[in-house]
Write a protein that binds this ligand. Structure first.
Ligand SMILES: [Zn+2]
Length: 342
C-alpha cells in the first residue's frame, strides 16, 4: 500500500503532516511504530523552537487509539495557532515567554486499527510500573491476564511500551529544562461531563503539588466562572494500576526541583451518546461525536481551556502559592477534594 493510502486510513496523521508543512512548527520524528508493513512516525511538535528556562505546556492526545477526538481537538488547536501566529501580536508575545509542545498522536498504531490499546494489545494508560494501593475495579482498573482482554497492563518488567517510553522521554526532556510545566492529555469516554483530572490514579491520598493544583483550579474558576469542567483527582472517579501520568510525575518529582503539573482532559462522551443513541451501535461512536455539528462544537469547546492553560503557565509566578500559603492552600485543597465528599 502506498504511503498516501496508508495515511488515508489515519486521517489525523495526514492532517498533522499537512499542518507541519504549512506552518513554521518544528517537528521531531521521535520514533516509528511498525505495523503490518507500515511505519508510522510518532511526532512531537514545537510551536516555536524550544527555549530552556521558559515555562512549558505539553499537549498530548491519541493515547487510546479509539478516542480519536482527543487527537482531533489538539489538531484543531494547532490549526488555530498556525493561522494566528503570522498576524496575532498578543500570541507572538506569548510565545516569547512560553514553550508549547504537542504530541497529538501518541498511539498511531492503535488509531490506525481503531482500538483503545496499542497494536500489541497493551492499554498505554495501564502500562506503567505502579501498583494501585487499593483494589481497583475489575472493569477498567488494569489486568495482567491477557492482551486479548481490555485494560491489559502489558509486561512492565521489560520496560514501558515504545509509545509510552517515547512520550515519557519527550516530557522529561522538556520538563527538565523548564521551571514550570503543565501537561494536558486529551481523552474521551468517561461520564456525562468533561473532567479535568490530575494524579493520582493509584491511590486516594493527595499528591504533593495539591497546593498548586488547587490554586490553578481557583484561578480557572475565577477567570471562567461559567466553565463546566469537573476539576479533581482521578482517584475520585476510579483507581487504576499503571497510570502513566502517576509514573511520569513521580519520576520528575524525585529528580527535579522544577514543577510538573499533569492534567488529563476526559471529555464526557456519554452525553454525545445520550443525544444520539444510535451511536451505541458503533464502537467508535461510544468515544467520539459522530454528528458533524456536534463534532464541530467539541472542536471549539476546549479552545478556552487550552488558551487558559497557556496563559496560566506563562504567569505561574503570580498564582502559585509561596511559603506560608503553600501549607494553607494544600490544606484547603485537601478539605475540598478529600474530606468534604460523602
Ligand atoms: Zn482514554
Amino acid at each position: 500500500m502506498s504511503k498516501r493510502r496508508t495515511r488515508n486510513r489515519l486521517p489525523e496523521l495526514l492532517q498533522l503532516e499537512g499542518l507541519i508543512e504549512r506552518s513554521n512548527f518544528k517537528a521531531n520524528q521521535e520514533t516509528f511504530i511498525e505495523l503490518q508493513g507500515h511505519s508510522f512516525p510518532l511526532y512531537s511538535v514545537e510551536v516555536r523552537p524550544f527555549k530552556p528556562g521558559l515555562p512549558t505546556v505539553i499537549f498530548t492526545g491519541g493515547v487510546h487509539g479509539i478516542e480519536r477526538i482527543g487527537a482531533q481537538v489538539l489538531l484543531a488547536y494547532m490549526d488555530v495557532l498556525a493561522s494566528k501566529i503570522p498576524w496575532d501580536s498578543t500570541l507572538q508575545h506569548q510565545l516569547d515567554a512560553l514553550n508549547i509542545v504537542f504530541v497529538p498522536i501518541v498511539n498511531p498504531g492503535g488509531m490506525y486499527l481503531n482500538t483503545r490499546a496499542n497494536p500489541k494489545g497493551v492499554d498505554l494508560m495501564r502500562n506503567a510500573p505502579i501498583e494501585a494501593e487499593i483494589n481497583p475495579p475489575i472493569f477498567g482498573g488494569g489486568q495482567r491476564i491477557s492482551a486479548k482482554l481490555p485494560w491489559y497492563c502489558g509486561d512492565t518488567k521489560h520496560g514501558l511500551e515504545l509509545e509510552n517510553q517515547t512520550l515519557m522521554n519527550v516530557v522529561e526532556r522538556y520538563a527538565q529544562q523548564s521551571p514550570f510545566t503543565i501537561t494536558l492529555d486529551c481523552h474521551s469516554g468517561f461520564g456525562l461531563r468533561d473532567h479535568l483530572w490530575f494524579p493520582y490514579a493509584y491511590r486516594k491520598r493527595p499528591i504533593a503539588v495539591l497546593d498548586k493544583l488547587y490554586a490553578l483550579k481557583l484561578l480557572f474558576d475565577c477567570t471562567y466562572p461559567h466553565h463546566e469542567y469537573v476539576f479533581e483527582p482521578q482517584s475520585l472517579s476510579y483507581i487504576t494500576h499503571g497510570d502513566l501520568w502517576d509514573y511520569i510525575y513521580k519520576r520528575h518529582k524525585n529528580a527535579n526541583e522544577s514543577v510538573l503539573l499533569p492534567l488529563t482532559l476526559e471529555m464526557g462522551s456519554w452525553n454525545w451518546v445520550k443525544k444520539h443513541p444510535i451511536q451505541l451501535l458503533s464502537f467508535t461512536g461510544l468515544f467520539n461525536p459522530i454528528v458533524p455539528h456536534r463534532q464541530r462544537r467539541v472542536l471549539r469547546r476546549h479552545l478556552i481551556l487550552f488558551d487558559f492553560v497557556c496563559s496560566a503557565a506563562i504567569a505561574y509566578k503570580k498564582w502559585i502559592p509561596k511559603q506560608k500559603q503553600t501549607r494553607q492552600m494544600f490544606q484547603a485543597g485537601k478539605q475540598y477534594w478529600y474530606k468534604s465528599r460523602p
